[in-house]
Design a protein around this ligand. Structure first.
Ligand code: AVI
Length: 320
């Protein structure tokens, strides 16, 4: 195994935080669970399957944009950049960008799932032997420390693909973008992919796929609570639901209790009414104007945008 010089989180600290977030989410009204906990090993695998679904246009469309414009993007980013990718770095779109970036690039994938991070970093190191890779095991929703891993003459650029920014509520999204602006210094940048508002049926089908993979992905969160936090959720007593909220411009994912029931997690007990929901994820969709406005609140100025012919998705470069 490659001996990476990495920054890691403590397992016990992760479990404590997971427990605290689950208890607080299930005590709130309406009940919620944070979507960042979808991504254990099984959840990451299910998410990879979602990305290959016909209905899930997001990955395919972003890949098409990268296929066509990665060369252009890499030229826009320039030489001597530290490319800090937030979220998993195993995907095809990352590869398309890495194939085009200057040789001097240092690639720093940041991920909360240690397994996924190291596996994909190993694979990338094999496929891109000349690329300098420095994985960082961290929760990118918190300010990230790079601990002098980058030389001073490198420009920091955060790459945040996949429309993951959409999983944050607008206020949190601005906070995250502000954290990114602090991380990259005044000469740094941001290359970000986000999902555009489109026909309601296309949106809802993407989150209610016919093979039931998204449903399994959603329910895996309950399985994870059972396994890691001593829970006793009956997965058959909850149903996956995904609906578009036109006022908030977002897909909302829920787990609906199919009966009146109680669930134990460790020492705590939670009561559910029949049809009561746990909201597990928001996936916000933007217009190019609304996203530009939001980025500006964090100090980022739009430089260039690349999109597909249907205008389903956008990848934009920002400068401070
Ligand atoms: C990671 N994120 C951008 C996905 C999305 O589309 O919001 C997560 C997802 N949830 C259900 N399907 C995919």
């Amino acid at each position: 195994m490659t001996d990476y010089n990495t920054i890691t989180l403590q397992d016990s600290a992760e479990t404590t935080e997971f427990y605290a977030d689950v208890i607080s989410g299930l005590n709130s009204k309406p009940k919620t669970l944070p979507s960042k906990y979808f991504y254990d090993e099984q959840g990451s695998m299910l998410f990879d399957q979602i990305c290959d679904l016909d209905e899930y246009y997001i990955t395919r469309t972003e890949s098409q944009i990268m296929d066509r414009y990665a060369h252009d993007m890499a030229r826009t980013l320039g030489e001597k950049i530290a490319l800090i990718e937030l979220g998993s770095g195993s995907s095809r779109k990352t590869r398309l960008l890495l194939e085009e970036v200057a040789e001097s690039t240092v690639y720093m994938p940041v991920d909360i799932s240690r397994e996924h991070l190291f596996k994909s970093a190993e694979q990338l190191a094999f496929d891109f032997p000349d690329l300098s890779i420095k994985p960082i095991h961290a929760d990118f929703t918190q300010p990230i420390k790079l601990d002098n891993q980058i030389e001073d003459d490198y420009r920091k650029v955060v790459y945040f693909p996949g429309s993951t920014i959409g999983n944050f509520e607008p206020e949190q999204a601005v906070q995250l973008l502000s954290n990114i602006s602090n991380l990259v210094d005044p000469d740094g940048g941001l290359l970000i992919g986000y999902d555009l508002i489109k026909d309601l049926n296309i949106l809802e089908d993407a989150y209610n796929d016919s093979a039931g993979v998204t449903a399994a992905f959603n329910k895996n969160l309950l399985h994870r609570i059972n396994q890691e936090l001593d829970g006793n959720f009956d997965l058959d007593a909850f149903e996956h639901q995904a609906i578009f909220n036109p006022e908030e411009h977002r897909i909302e994912m829920h787990l609906i209790s199919l009966k009146k029931q109680s669930v134990n997690i460790g020492e705590s007990t939670f009561h559910f009414e029949k049809q009561e929901s746990i909201c597990t994820e928001y996936s916000h969709k933007y217009s190019m104007d609304s996203f530009r406005e939001m980025a500006l609140k964090a100090g980022f100025h739009e430089d260039r945008c690349w999109t597909d012919p249907n205008q389903y998705f956008a990848v934009c470069n920002y400068r401070l």
